[in-house]
Design a binder for this molecule. Structure first.
Ligand code: ADP
Ligand code: MG
Length: 279
């Protein structure tokens, strides 16, 4: 079983007085090679919430997720479930937050089972081996993600959708209750996109997971997110409910795109339109 996050049982109200947020970022500044990449970023994700970061290429979305996941030196500005990131040791951190990178490295020749077992590393003593309990967790996750038949398959032979499910499986096997998903569906067709996102949403409901994602397809992003954050050149340009962020004004200003936004019962539909041509 994946344990519930601190202070929360599965299925309970996501935002409760006194429960620290899953993610709290305050005035985050990140410089890479001397270049400012993120400037004064604030972000809060409540326990059980799904927040999606959008923004043009190079805006800093992946960098923000890396900072939240503890992969960049910015520990003071980030708290996870109330604990400063810098106070968590690497193995402790891995039990709290799991990242599915935009381009996960696929070790050549590795079978699905072995890859998902990597998620158990934070529980295996140094120089030790996985226990029966670790294998049981992995089997349960493979079953839940409909991957049992792929156990012995080489990861590289899987289709994009199957592989994406394996990446998620590894993150879930880690037992973390905060999932950071960097463009989890950009390599997938529309059916597999839906399958993966529905799966994440179902797991969120069943296990009280919190999701911080980045996505490029704005209409789909708006359908799944409780809230969205629009990032542009390393700064938060807008944040709020999908209908507050997915507006023609904001999208044309920050993406320099011609779009029509059509409200629907499922959320705003963002339609790219051709610029008017002059005769
Ligand atoms: P996004 O995910 O929004 O497309 P990224 O977070 O990947 O954006 O990158 C933001 C900016 O940071 C880009 O301009 C990118 O070139 C730059 N960047 C990313 N990694 C490094 C690095 N290691 N050194 C210098 N610049 C980097
Ligand atoms: Mg990116």
């Amino acid at each position: 079983m994946i344990p519930p996050p601190p202070g929360q049982q599965p299925g309970t109200e996501s935002v409760k007085a006194g429960v620290p947020p899953a993610v709290e970022v305050r005035d985050l500044h990140v410089r890479l090679d001397g270049v400012p990449i993120l400037t004064g970023v604030d972000l809060t994700v409540a326990v059980g919430e799904w927040v999606t970061v959008i923004g043009p290429n190079g805006a800093g979305k992946s960098t923000l997720l890396r900072a939240v996941g503890g992969l960049l030196p910015a520990p003071d500005a980030v708290r996870l479930f109330g604990t400063p990131l810098g106070a968590l040791r690497r193995r402790e951190r891995a039990r709290v937050v799991a990242t599915v990178a935009q381009y996960p490295v696929v070790p050549p020749g590795m079978a699905v089972l072995d890859y998902v077992l990597l998620g158990r590393n934070p529980y295996i003593p140094p120089l030790g081996r996985e226990s029966a309990a670790d294998l049981a967790v992995v089997d349960e996750v493979l079953d839940r993600l409909d991957l049992t038949n792929f156990r012995t398959r080489e990861l590289a032979t899987l289709s994009g959708g199957e592989r994406q499910r394996v990446f998620l499986a590894r993150a879930l096997a880690q037992g973390a209750t905060l999932l950071l998903l960097d463009e989890p569906t950009s390599a997938l067709d529309i059916g597999h996109q839906q399958e993966v996102l529905e799966l994440v949403d179902r797991l969120r409901g069943e296990h009280g997971l919190t999701v911080l994602a980045t996505m490029h397809d704005l209409s789909i992003a708006g359908e799944y997110a409780d809230r969205m954050v629009l990032l542009d050149t390393g700064r938060v340009a807008a944040a709020g409910a999908p209908h507050e962020v997915l507006t023609e004004t904001l999208l044309s200003r920050h993406y320099r795109a011609h779009v029509k936004v059509i409200p629907t019962p499922h959320g705003p539909l963002v339609l790219p339109t051709r610029p008017r041509r002059h005769p």
